[in-house]
Design a binder for this molecule. Structure first.
Ligand code: NAD
Length: 371
């Protein structure tokens, strides 16, 4: 039975990451979590009850065929994202997919082809673009405060050797491949800070193998993997992903440099996000606390929906991600992370894996718009 006037959602991976979308869906009156799917049969009923869904499935194709769905949220391990998105899009269902969009260039190409033929809307759930400081920097860029951005850095440093053994797909897809395997959290916000730009070539390099898994094997992924990204505009972006080094997590390190200003994110608890802006700072060596500018630059939509958004957690970002997905489906606003934006965020990491295997040679990054 379809829930009247609501967008019926199916969530796959409902016993894991998929469940994290609940608070945002609950805060939005126009969506209903109608069905859940997970291969973990033991925990599925509890997950269905927690998520308030009417139906549950252990088989994804069955959910797509039997449940009365408008859209799916894909929260399964990375290598399922493309096959699951393709299966939904082929049925003209809308898709919100976890990151990264895909694990190989070939399957990314298949996803793009499928999107072209489908009436379903595809959006990638790059939630780091919805983090409040990242949204404020984006709005400051749009207001021209940094001038022309030409350099940026993003880092995702998240030691997960133990988690690799629990969620074993990570040992294969995140630390079992050399190069930047999980770069969209770092590159995604930066691409939004360089509007109209894209990565045209990539050079991948690593810091060697200084850690072994519990079986005594080297991780295929070097401890710290870097990719240098040459932008179409001539600018440069440096991305570092490290999931192996022993140290405190630092998954939201960013900076951006423009002709008229720069931003550096807080790197540890107690630090402040800071900006230097030619037109606002008294001299070349005085930083401003970005929090002092947040009210001025937070989008109006964020202010209007603040009460509902806050209730959904994560500073409101999760709520606005789902709101953008729904508005894109209903044609109210453009899809901020459509298939091509998703490819712009995903393909450089996949190319870095080829580059690192070829002694860090610079390699071109395809533009999915040409596919
Ligand atoms: N955006 C973020 O901040 C963020 C955070 C965590 C994880 N993730 C992403 O979410 C995804 C899942 O990560 P996780 O940590 O929840 O992993 P997980 O292994 O803990 O959970 C994945 C869930 O998917 C289920 N599953 C696996 N194969 C399935 C299949 N074929 N059909 C149905 N269900 C299946 C598993 O049983 C499990 O419940 C990954 O792609 C990861 O990169 C994103």
């Amino acid at each position: 039975m379809q829930t009247l006037n609501k967008l019926n959602l199916g969530i796959v991976g409902a016993c894991g990451r998929g469940a994290s979308f609940k608070a945002a869906c609950d805060a939005l009156p126009q969506v209903a979590i109608h069905a859940v799917c997970d291969i973990n049969a033991e925990e599925l009923t509890a997950a269905r009850e927690r998520l308030g869904a009417q139906e549950q499935y252990t088989d994804y194709a069955q959910m797509l065929d039997r449940a009365d769905l408008d859209a799916v949220i894909i929260g399964t391990p990375m290598h399922f994202h493309v096959p699951m998105a393709v299966a939904a899009l082929e049925r003209n269902l809308h898709v919100l997919s976890e990151v990264t969009a895909g694990v190989s260039i070939e399957e990314c190409r298949q996803l793009v082809e499928t999107c072209k033929l489908s009436r379903g809307v595809y959006m990638m759930a790059e939630n780091y673009t919805y983090m409040r400081p990242n949204v404020i920097v984006r709005e400051m860029v749009r207001a021209g405060l940094f001038g022309k951005p030409y350099y940026a850095e993003g880092e995702y440093i998240h030691e997960l050797k133990e988690l690799n053994e629990v969620t074993v797909w990570r040992r294969r897809w995140q630390t079992g491949v050399n190069g930047v395997t999980y770069g969209t959290h770092s590159l995604g916000p930066i691409l939004q800070w360089m509007p109209g730009d894209r990565v045209v070539s990539v050079c991948g390099a690593g810091s060697g193998h200084n850690h072994q898994d519990p079986r005594g094997n080297d991780y295929e992924n070097e401890d710290s993997c870097l990719m240098l990204c040459k932008m179409a505009s001539g600018g440069l972006v440096k991305i570092r992903v490290d999931m192996l080094s022993d140290r405190p997590h630092a998954v939201t390190n960013y900076q951006i440099q423009g002709t008229d200003g720069c931003y550096e994110s807080a790197r540890a608890v107690g630090e402040r996000h800071r900006v230097w802006l030619r037109e606002r700072c008294p001299d070349a060596n005085t930083w401003l606390d970005m929090d002092d500018l947040s009210n001025e630059f937070l989008p109006e939509l964020w202010k209007e929906h603040s009460a509902r958004a806050e209730s959904a957690g994560h500073g409101g970002g999760d709520y606005f991600e789902i709101l953008d997905f729904v508005d894109a489906i209903e044609g109210r606003r453009p899809n901020p992370i459509d298939i091509h934006a998703a490819m712009d965020m995903t393909l450089p990491g996949l190319i870095s894996q080829l580059s690192i295997a070829e002694e860090s040679v610079w390699m071109p990054v395809p533009d999915s718009r040409d596919w």
